[in-house]
Design a protein around this ligand. Structure first.
Ligand code: GLU
Length: 286
């Protein structure tokens, strides 16, 4: 067996649609072609939106599609301690800060930022004073942990300019090959949300490393996140896998398929009598 390991990592916050089937098939086919391994990971840290019945149906849909994966399946909600430990490591490296802002306040900070900086939160103009922070903590105010790009740049020194990854698929703007990671495209992201104590960026980078994922195969909508994932990998001393972002499936009007638009789910497709083989043939990985 080769040392190729990839995964499909759905969030059980709804039913799978064709776009998910395409993603899962791309990863599965790549593992088969490489004689490698295919893992399924359930990304359910958002306990406010994820539900056990969706997880069950997702697995049923994937089996119907003809996919199989290794046991045990990693379910992220069973591992909040792991993400808390990773967060602690980053805190010790001095690259995190507490952010007490509400969503609305963050949006108005973004709107006030100098023109051209982009639609992302660049962090506070100056760090909060220890007195104010202590006072807010004493009042029990909720906070998120954000990654400070300024601090990360200082900690990494010359390594900052050398953060890179290999894109074997296609980035959202057609990027390919060796790409320099530009974390500033995402700004000071949240690594631990106020409500759940972790975040997609932290959990996904932690788990991909833990599970030895060598190739990350996922939709182009997640390409931008890679710029931050590569930085988190450097800060946590984790390897950077190879990335293959795939195109997104579009509906008849040219919009990308999404759960919220009631795209035909795999359950609907099955109920309509279409066979898994016919669906597979219509999707053709990569
Ligand atoms: N859980 C993510 C999603 O459902 C995918 C994560 C990834 O592939 O990096 O969108």
């Amino acid at each position: 067996m080769s040392d190729f390991i990839t995964r499909f990592a759905p969030s059980p916050s709804g039913l799978l649609h064709k776009g998910h089937a395409y993603s899962a098939l791309c990863a599965f086919a790549a593992a088969q072609n490489a004689g490698g391994r295919f893992l399924l990971r359930i990304e359910d840290i958002d306990t406010t939106r994820c539900r056990a019945e969706f997880e069950h149906t997702i697995m049923e849909d994937l089996r119907w599609l003809g996919l199989s994966w290794e046991a045990p399946v990693r379910r992220q909600s069973d591992h909040f301690d792991d993400y808390a430990n990773a967060l602690k490591k980053l805190e010790k490296r001095g690259v995190l800060y507490r952010c007490f802002l509400t969503r609305r306040e963050v949006l108005s900070e973004i709107a006030r930022a100098p023109h051209g900086v982009g639609e992302v939160y660049q962090g506070p103009a100056a760090p909060m004073s220890p007195d104010e922070e202590a006072e807010r903590l004493a009042r029990g105010e909720a906070y998120a942990w954000r990654l400070s790009l300024r601090a990360a740049r200082d900690v990494l020194g010359p390594r900052w300019a050398d953060l890179r990854f290999i894109e074997e698929g296609l980035g959202a703007n057609g990027e390919q090959g060796e790409i320099r990671a530009q974390p500033e495209r995402l700004g000071d992201v949240v690594l631990a949300r106020k409500d759940i104590g972790t975040s997609y960026h932290l959990a996904v980078t932690h788990d991909d490393a833990l599970q030895g994922i060598t190739h990350i195969i996922r939709g182009q909508d997640l390409f931008e996140s890679t710029h931050i994932h590569v930085l988190i990998q450097a800060l946590l001393d984790l390897p950077t896998p190879i990335y293959r972002h795939h195109r997104l499936l579009l509906d008849e009007t040219g919009k990308r398929l999404a759960k919220r638009d009631f795209a035909a789910t795999l359950q609907d497709i099955r109920a309509s009598g279409q066979s898994a083989l016919a669906l597979q043939e219509s999707l053709r990985p990569f």
